[in-house]
Design a binder for this molecule. Structure first.
Ligand code: GAR
Length: 226
């Protein structure tokens, strides 16, 4: 019997193209999940429009209405938990999260970050990768822990940087990769293939030591490499 869809809540701050990829993957049955709500810390962003168009409940919780990060995060957790998700998805949610918030969702919150972590945490990753003269760039999905843009990796996508690439072209090419690997990761979680145990990410009953890599249209995964 097919299992019931994984209940998720998606947090956004902006355009929501990753949210759209998740909506589309659910629509084409590649992802067995149900988006219970989309929550934004900014009003009027395109991601909210995308959610409304797909008939998904939306909420706006503006951090500017709160006196402290902790107060905002506490209200946010209350809002999320009203929807009872099994997994929280950070999809361009541009906030540093407080320790209590992260601890509350440990092992059930994923983030996507546009770099080959652990390199280039933080902002403006595309320009910084170019400035550093790198030949490759990428994007990482990881479980969220208390270090910014860090935590056990789930999957990475890798692209070669071309001489004509700019920060904008890299952003576009990285987005294309994000839209493949984020729905894939969530589907692994929905199937029970991906989980959190002993403070580690596990895939197919093995701790992820070297994360699977999506490169040139292929998934490369060698779980036994340490
Ligand atoms: C994505 O590129 C995501 O990797 C990045 O924000 C963008 C959101 O795009 N996230 C971070 O930088 C987190 N540190 P989207 O709103 O179109 O999904």
């Amino acid at each position: 019997m097919p299992s019931s869809p994984l209940p998720i809540v998606v947090l956004i701050s902006g355009s929501g193209s990753n949210l759209q990829a998740i909506i589309d993957a659910i629509g084409t049955l590649q992802l067995n999940a149900e988006i219970k709500a989309v929550i934004s810390n900014k009003a009027g962003v395109k991601g909210l429009e995308r959610a409304e168009k797909a008939g998904i409940p939306t909420r706006v919780l503006q951090h500017t209405d709160f006196d402290s990060r902790e107060a905002f995060d506490q209200a946010l957790a209350g809002l999320i938990d009203d929807f009872n998700p099994r997994l929280v998805i950070l999809a361009g949610f541009m906030r540093i999260l407080s320790e209590d918030f992260v601890t509350h969702y440990m092992g059930r919150m994923l983030n996507i970050h546009p770099s080959l972590l652990p390199d280039f945490t933080g902002l403006n990753t595309h320009q910084r990768v170019l400035d550093a003269g790198r030949s490759q760039h990428g994007v990482s999905v990881h479980f969220v822990t208390n270090e910014l843009d860090s935590g056990p990796l789930v999957i990475q996508a890798v692209i070669d940087i071309n001489p004509e690439d700019t920060a904008d072209s890299l952003a576009e090419r990285i987005h294309q990769q994000e839209h493949i690997i984020y729905p894939t990761s969530i589907q692994w979680f929905a199937e029970g293939r991906l989980c959190w145990k002993d403070n580690q990410a596990w895939l197919d009953d093995k701790p992820i030591r070297v994360p699977p890599r999506w490169q040139n249209g292929q998934l490369i995964y060698k779980p036994d490499v340490t």
